[in-house]
Ligand binder design. Sequence first.
Ligand code: ADP
Ligand code: MG
Length: 332
Amino acid sequence: MLSEFDLIKHYFARPAATAAAALADPRIALGIGDDCALLNPSPGMQLAVSSDMLVSGRHFFADADPFMLGHKCLAVNLSDLAAMGAKPLAFTLALSLPEAKAEWLAPFSAGLLALADRYQCALIGGDTTKGPLNICITIFGEIPPGLALRRDAARVGDDIWVSGTLGDARLALAGYWKEHPDVIRMEAREHVQAAQRMHQPSPRIELGLALRGIAHATLDISDGLAGDLGHILERSGVGASLQLDALPAGPILSTQAPDIRRRYTLSGGDDYELCFTAPAENRAAVIAAGAASGTPVTRIGSIEQAAGLRLLDAAGQPVDMHIHSFDHFTTA
Ligand code: ADP
Ligand code: MG
């Protein structure tokens, strides 16, 4: 059995060769090993800080693939930076583990650190304790003062946009839970593809950076578009209309019945796409930001004065749908 210190040294502090690369980041003055890490944020930058905790049995299955889990727990934190337009800087990892097993730790740290390297976001410290499997990351990013993409910045007349596609992660969950077996038709191969979205989300960092100065309000969709957009509406004191059939469905969800497609694009969680508003005169700039960052963007509605969220069909007629967004304390 590994000791706590061997475990940290072996799986989370980088071996000499890669540590040299990680330490080449001049923003990290001191990483893992002391009582605190020391950061040198780029001069003049504001720090963006966020935490996300993943709990076994709540956010992931206890037997989840450890490589994918390592990726996912950092991806959801990077997604918060993306939603602010912040550039990744560093993160800490607080880990509660039932046992120190190499078969789990090696792939977990490989998945975690591969994504960290991709976004030059160094692991600079954390805490490790024995207990139920629980993974909490605190992430730090940089943003020029005044350019953060805040939830309270939507204005009447703004377009509403979403990145990528929605709903495949929710469809994968329906597959695991065997929901609506009479309606949902999915081959095993398609389920694996949809599940990829759920287990290995892509944080939209490049798009978030490209939207600085172009988008108004922005957030990442973790609990479902309708509920998450509701946070923008509430914080900005506005309402919105959404074109239900313009919502971009993931490739597997696109093959499903229209009702499932509408439901899962509108309220399926775990997509980690960005939803953002931007003034109509910035349409070309939004499309250019999408192209420059290699991220598809789709215009799905508009911000209006009247409070509330209205859903419209392709003919512009209102659609009455009960919207259910995920909440830890009210959702079973
Ligand atoms: P302390 O005694 O101050 O609580 P620890 O013994 O918990 O410090 O940790 C020793 C060093 O290892 C610290 O620099 C800490 O930030 C780092 N560390 C502990 N757990 C992790 C982890 N899971 N990932 C990365 N660094 C960690
Ligand atoms: Mg400690």
